[in-house]
Write a protein that binds this ligand. Structure first.
Ligand code: ZN
Length: 300
């Protein structure tokens, strides 16, 4: 894909290089990349980092007090709206901009207004509305401050450990996180959280999580479909994204981690499910086909 042809630019808060509230001296160093990888991929694409980030971060409560009324207000704290100087930063800004284009139009057609999210680029470690983010957590969306947190080193991890890289595969990661923002905008995240809280068992709560994650995959596919009008998306591009979607299926991750898969503990969906829902969005380009909350769990 030629990402430079994509429309618009996204709100990037670039905290790499020590600016904008990043905590210097964070955990980039000290080997252990291989050892950390399982923890990393287990969290990969998570929507609820509050439970894994330890919470209790002072930055969180300030944002939490008024999460809805002024979602953009915290931008002033970071270095927003300046285009990153490096290619990776520019790539992320373009992909984010194209998700704004796609979802802005989808929302408009439905008579709704889409609030554009902010994407925080950081290196090693940073704080945010959901607590402290570090690169071991992987990319995630924080519904409390409507920001995606991304350490771009993660793209290197994908290349070496998670089914390979490629621009469209990296874009899929971003589009998936934006899918969680769309869920947040639509009130789906809140509903899911309530359903999880009242779930009778951990397995039942995990099923809600799987439905959420597969819907974010489907939304990422919808982005891919609508983006094809601006840039040619080749079979290779699609294969790379599918390869990533498959590599991060819970079954594959768990087999890699402990040699067998435990379906009840799945939180993101199997390789087959993730592939299926990404493809559904990609082929149809219709968010209405992304209702992963409908029907029996076994039919996902
Ligand atoms: Zn996710």
């Amino acid at each position: 894909m030629d990402w430079k042809n994509l429309p618009g630019s996204g709100n990037i808060e670039d905290r790499r290089g020590g600016g904008g509230g990043g905590i210097p001296g964070g955990g980039v160093a000290a080997g252990g990349i291989g050892a950390v990888i399982i923890a990393l991929i287990a969290m990969f694409f998570g929507v609820d980092p509050s439970s894994i980030l330890g919470g209790g971060d002072s930055g969180g409560s300030v944002t939490q007090s008024q999460p809805q009324t002024q979602p953009q207000s915290s931008q002033s704290q970071g270095q927003t709206d300046s285009t990153p100087a490096d290619t990776t930063g520019q790539f992320v800004e373009k992909i984010l901009g194209s998700t704004n284009d796609v979802w802005g139009k989808v929302f408009q057609a439905a008579g709704k207004q889409y609030t554009e999210p902010t994407l925080v680029l950081y290196s090693g470690r940073t704080s945010g509305g959901c607590g402290t983010a570090n690169s071991a957590v992987g990319p995630f969306y924080c519904p409390l401050d409507s920001k995606v947190y991304l350490d771009t080193n993660f793209f290197n991890e994908m290349k070496s450990q998670l089914g390979g890289g490629g621009d469209f595969a990296y874009a899929y990661v971003i589009a998936h996180e934006i899918g969680h923002h769309v869920q947040n905008e639509l009130g789906i995240s809140d509903q899911a959280e309530r359903a999880q809280r009242s779930a009778q068992s951990e397995a039942a709560a995990n099923q809600v999580s799987v439905r959420l994650e597969l819907q974010a995959d489907c939304f990422a596919g919808v982005w891919g479909n609508k983006t094809a009008q601006y840039t040619k998306i080749t079979q290779t591009d699609v294969q790379q994204a599918l390869s990533t979607a498959s590599a991060i299926g819970d079954d594959n991750l768990q087999k890699q981690g402990r040699g067998y898969a435990v379906p009840d503990s799945f939180t993101h969906g199997t390789a087959a499910q993730r592939t299926k829902w990404f493809t559904t969005g990609l082929k149809g380009g219709d968010p209405n086909q992304c209702d992963t909350f409908k029907g029996a769990y076994s039919s996902l």
